[in-house]
Design a protein around this ligand. Structure first.
Ligand code: SME
Length: 187
């Protein structure tokens, strides 16, 4: 798909729209095309959306929004590492737990272990923190800069088994973008 002309054309259209600040013209691939195609359409828009904007929170807010708009997951957001806790950052979805201790829940474990955690069924994850009873499956990805977890990206779905290796691979590309933004803002 990457070398495909229609894909390149789409990327150009996306850039034109984003640079014209027409965020409402976000292009979302049809669900029928599959999640890989949805990610392929989403990623260049994420890159274009943050390009030239230096405010970290503004960029994270829009990244969260673009993921939520693309997949319509129950909850998409970030937690920042602050001292011994994760503290809630920009998110879209139902109100959420404000603070999570190191090692607690899926988020705290992803922080402690510095790795992506996919939870097919939250009821089977020991210590899962249920911010919403509607949440059925979850994926959490740490953002590591200079060997330290600085924040996590957390996505909740109201369906079981929503996340797999495809999500891990493509969301890791989003994490790379966030790492760069973090370095530019704080390093
Ligand atoms: N379920 C998460 C808590 C955060 S909410 O899902 C937004 C966890 O177990 O860490």
């Amino acid at each position: 798909m990457q070398g495909d002309n229609s894909y390149n054309r789409l990327c150009r259209i996306v850039k034109i729209n984003i640079f014209a600040s027409m965020a409402e013209e976000l292009i979302i691939a049809s669900k029928e095309l599959g999640k890989e195609e949805q990610y392929k359409v989403m990623l260049p828009q994420v890159e274009a959306l943050v390009k030239g904007e230096t405010d970290f929170i503004a960029n994270i807010s829009n990244i969260v929004a673009i993921i939520k708009s693309t997949f319509n997951h129950l909850w998409v957001g970030v937690y920042f590492v602050k001292a011994e806790e994760l503290v809630l950052g920009p998110f879209q979805g139902p109100v959420a737990c404000t603070r999570i201790f190191y090692g607690k829940g899926v988020c705290g474990k992803a922080w402690m272990e510095g790795r992506v955690i996919i939870v097919p069924n939250v009821d089977e994850f020991p210590g899962h923190i249920a911010c919403s009873s509607l949440s059925k499956s979850e994926i959490v990805l740490p953002v590591i800069v200079d060997d330290r977890v600085r924040m996590v990206l957390d996505i909740d779905s109201d369906a079981l088994n929503s996340f797999d290796e495809i999500d891990a691979v493509y969301l890791s590309k989003v994490i790379s973008i966030i790492q760069t933004l973090y370095k530019e803002s704080f390093a």
